[in-house]
Design a protein around this ligand. Structure first.
Ligand code: SF4
Length: 187
């Protein structure tokens, strides 16, 4: 599942209203774009054209604001493009090990987070999960939730790499802060 997600990001189910515009007669109240055809309609050709048009449609989820898409808070942890990149990197570096929706901090991860001043044992002592994958609203892939995710957002703010916007969910990174953040999770 973990490798499948890398290749095929999870999608939410969604519906599409399809209007088939050929009617036997025009209803008096109808203001749809519908057509009464007295000649046979080439339904297959119309369906093929419809399918081709649907194939070009792109469903874009999440906020429009690029800043929100880049980095925002999701409850108390980091979400958005940067958070998804960080999560992927933690998996690649084997700091986190994932099996389906189960996530755990590896020994390497424990050392890594301890070096950053994040006490994993303390974070793991409460009722909340230490770490769990959380489906990202805009990226449709996982970012890191749980007490570890929250501690990382605190870590980012404490180091002044970013500030949390008081009026929105934007987590605003400075250029330097973003570089330091990327260097931290990428190295
Ligand atoms: S309401 Fe309009 S689209 Fe529906 S059957 Fe009547 S004419 Fe056709």
């Amino acid at each position: 599942m973990a490798s499948a997600e890398r290749n095929y990001p999870k999608r939410e189910a969604f519906g599409v209203y399809v209007h088939w515009p050929f009617c036997l007669s025009k209803c008096p109240y109808c203001d749809f774009n519908s057509h009464v055809r007295h000649q046979p309609v080439d339904q297959e050709r119309f369906a093929a054209a419809f399918a081709a048009e649907l194939a070009t449609m792109r469903v874009r989820t999440g906020p429009r604001d690029p800043q929100l898409r880049r980095a925002r808070s999701c409850y108390d942890h980091l979400a958005g493009d940067l958070a998804v990149k960080m999560f992927d990197r933690f998996i690649e570096r084997r700091l986190l090990a994932r099996r389906d929706d189960e996530l755990r901090v590896t020994r390497e991860g424990q050392n890594f987070f301890t070096c950053a001043g994040i006490d994993v044992d303390a974070l793991d002592s409460g009722r909340r999960p230490l770490c769990r994958p959380c489906l990202d609203w805009s990226e449709r892939r996982s970012h890191l939730g749980g007490t570890l995710g929250a501690a990382i957002l605190d870590h980012v703010v404490a180091r002044r790499w970013a500030v949390r916007d008081a009026k929105s969910r934007v987590v605003r990174f400075s250029a330097t802060g973003e570089q330091k953040m990327a260097a931290w999770f990428s190295r």
